[in-house]
Design a protein around this ligand. Structure first.
Ligand SMILES: Nc1nc2c(ncn2[C@@H]2O[C@H](COP(=O)(O)OP(=O)(O)OP(=O)(O)O)[C@@H](O)[C@H]2O)c(=O)[nH]1
Length: 248
């Protein structure tokens, strides 16, 4: 795989605050909460494809090994509130992580652990990723979810669902098996991140100063969550995150 640039951002620079006082009023009225979600796991498990799918609705034609971190954002409507999910797509390769690790774990609101269902080693390495979170003193109350990706490769599945479920249960995480590639499972990926959005709704987040006159930052997709997560067959949320505001 080729290499991606370190610390690229998908949102537009034109979101900078305006000097127009009338716009300032609108900004104050439409400030939205931002939540930082880190996506971690071995290299090549599909972290970039999952976050890209959620933020653009597409599977990328071509991917490159992430260097450092890529950011993607999407604003979602949760029970009438616009919440911005800021996804940190982190590098799986150790050599591309070293200098960035401290940044990943600062002021995190949720963690998505990803393994590849066709690659047992990526699942066996999960305890190592959890330990890394623990070493960086992540609040135990932070929502965490486990995602088995590449379920479209049905004839190559190496990680048994029961085994993954046991592991998820032992770490009090919900398990989702999905595919970033399979068009039919695209809604499933939405459901995964919207589950987090509902969990995070009761958390204390960062506030975004970068809101345009229309109420939404440019290049950020706004979707409406029509049903509660319970009615979509997802877990009930109860976690309250006490994280400080992000300074990154
Ligand atoms: N069949 C299939 N292939 C996938 C899926 N998701 C990702 N891939 C492929 O897996 C490879 C790696 O995907 P990436 O998203 O770049 O993996 P990553 O985890 O971000 O890798 P790093 O940036 O090195 O940490 C690419 O060739 C993707 O096309 C999936 O759901 N199904």
């Amino acid at each position: 795989m080729e290499e991606k640039n370190m610390m690229t951002e998908t949102h537009s620079a034109s979101n900078s605050p305006s000097k127009d006082p009338s716009v300032t009023v609108i900004e104050k009225q439409t400030q939205r909460r931002i939540f930082k979600i880190i996506v971690i796991g071995d290299s090549n498990v599909g972290k970039t494809c999952l976050t890209y799918r959620f933020c653009t609705g597409k599977f990328p034609d071509k991917t490159e090994a992430t260097i450092g971190v890529d950011f993607r954002e999407r604003t979602v409507d949760v029970d009438g509130e616009q919440i911005k999910l800021q996804l940190w797509d982190t590098a799986g390769q150790e050599r591309f992580r070293k200098s960035m690790v401290q940044h990943y774990y600062r002021n995190v609101h949720a963690v998505v652990f990803v393994y590849d269902v066709t690659k047992m080693s990526s699942f066996e390495n999960m305890p190592g990723w959890i330990e890394e979170c623990d070493r960086h003193n992540l609040n135990l109350e932070i929502p965490r979810i486990l995602v088995g990706n590449k379920c479209d490769m049905t004839d190559k599945v190496a990680v048994n669902t029961n085994l993954a479920q046991k592991f998820a249960d032992s770490h009090t995480m919900p398990l989702f098996e999905t595919s970033a590639k399979d068009e039919e499972k695209a809604n499933h990926i939405d459901a995964i991140f919207l589950t987090l959005a509902h969990k995070l709704k009761n958390s204390k987040p960062m506030m975004s100063p970068f809101v345009g006159p229309g109420g939404y930052p440019n290049n950020v997709q706004v979707v409406t969550v029509g049903k509660s997560p319970e009615s979509r067959g997802l877990q009930k949320m109860s976690t309250e995150d006490k994280q400080d505001q992000c300074s990154c």
